[in-house]
Design a protein around this ligand. Structure first.
Ligand code: HEC
Length: 121
């Protein structure tokens, strides 16, 4: 009787283990398929990335004295923006300061925009 219970328990643990795996697998699939990377560079996309990740400090230059909310401001600082965002997160110059690293896709958008000559598009 005890042997049977033990067997059942082991079987239950094995089933739960595999269910856990499929769960993780499915989440990975969903994550991948809902975030395809369109890394084409354009000013509007770069400005949107900045609005989301940098505007706390870089709109009206509130905390940094540096404003990134117009085409001239952003295109003028494009290379510095890319450099700061691709530093190791442990570097004190890393941007967004005290924030999370931009995604690879966002970094590619900025890079492609710079390589295209920072057009106003
Ligand atoms: C928490 C506030 C904060 C956030 C968020 C932030 N920054 Fe900054 N940033 C600063 C401060 C303060 C400075 C000035 C000190 C320095 O140079 O590190 C600065 C400086 C910079 C510089 C250097 C400018 C120059 O002329 O040398 C760049 C480029 C920059 N930030 C880009 C960004 C980008 C891009 C983001 C978003 C991905 C961002 N920052 C997010 C606070 C912030």
């Amino acid at each position: 009787m005890i042997k049977r219970l033990l067997l059942l328990l082991v079987a239950a643990i094995i089933v739960m283990y595999f269910m856990g795996c499929t769960d993780r697998y499915e989440t990975d699939l969903v994550r991948k398929s809902t975030t395809p990377c369109d890394s084409t560079g354009s000013y509007l996309k770069v400005q949107a990335i900045i609005n989301t990740n940098c505007s706390n400090c870089h709109t009206n230059g509130v905390s940094s004295g540096l404003s990134y909310k117009t085409y001239n401001e952003v295109s003028g600082a494009a290379e510095r923006i890319y450099e700061r965002c691709t530093l190791p997160q442990s570097n004190s110059q890393f941007m967004p300061q005290n924030g999370n690293r931009l995604t690879d896709c966002e970094l590619k958008v900025i890079k492609n925009w710079i390589d295209a000559g920072t057009p106003n598009n």
